[in-house]
Ligand binder design. Sequence first.
Ligand code: CP
Length: 339
Amino acid sequence: MDTATAIPANQASEKKIDKPRNFLDIRDFSHEELLYIIELTEKIKKGELDVTKVLSNKHFGLLFGSASTRTRVSFQVGIRQMGGFAEHLSTADLQLSNHENIKDTSAVLGRFLDGLIVRLYDMDQYGQGRENLKLISRYANIPIISALDDKDHPCQVMADLFTLKEKFGPEYKKKKLVFTWAYAERQKSPGVPHSMLSAASMLGMNVTFAHPKGFDLDKEYVEYAQAKIGASGGHLSFSNDLMEASENADVIYAKSWKAMYIPKEEEYKLRNKVRPYWTVSERHFKVANKGALFMNCLPIIRGEQATTEVIDRPDSILYDEAENRLHAQKAILYHLYKQ
Ligand code: CP
């Protein structure tokens, strides 16, 4: 779906409607709320909190403009486990595909549903996905939860934070997390690194972002994190050398993202040029701390973002990370909907 052409420009200037709370950007939530969601996630996973009726008789739509395995299925299962109903709404099957605009679609869905989980982005127009989520929020007037847009992936990062705490205990913030760009053939959203940058700087984590020159993250997120990190007691650094960054790492998290400031054709050439240095391999784990963990939000193609050896190493926690999407999203829903 080309959502950009489906939305007349003048819609953006219409009157703002008071709306329920959304979950679009980590920075919209406080430090205390992030810690609370992590704590809730732990209780829910351990079965210490009964959430089975929190969404009783509530109906959710999963409005997805692109493919998903983890986000879609974990929300469908999680909402059902909380007593609610979840319907997958592929944009290809809605009248959006016949040029019904976002305003009409959102306003109507808002009359039927109690919440929308939305994945929309267009890799050619950075920021348009987020604008569309805001338009849906304005017209649907129900909570909108981001299932990944072109700026953030807050649900993924809440699950990642919990996974780190689960593996390391309360000291997880002190562990050296190397969040690295890694080669992928497919262009991917920078949503995960942006959300991690925000969360790490708010919570006071020890994080190094590594990427080749040209794959810098959005300046707005970098400046936000640099302003926050001092007061939170964390450590934030950036590197253009993955081998150097990996030294003494406790976690190496591989993730590909699109270069935001380079035209598509040039970016493709640059990605292929840097590939030999930016596939996570055992070489990187040799200089990391003993027992260092490997993380990736999945999907991953073996041999692209990381070697098969790394993906299948005993300290690879990809499936725990994926499972925790379910528990973390139930915690987010609890936080948004519990009366
Ligand atoms: N990590 C993640 O969002 O996976 P899906 O694209 O399968 O939802």
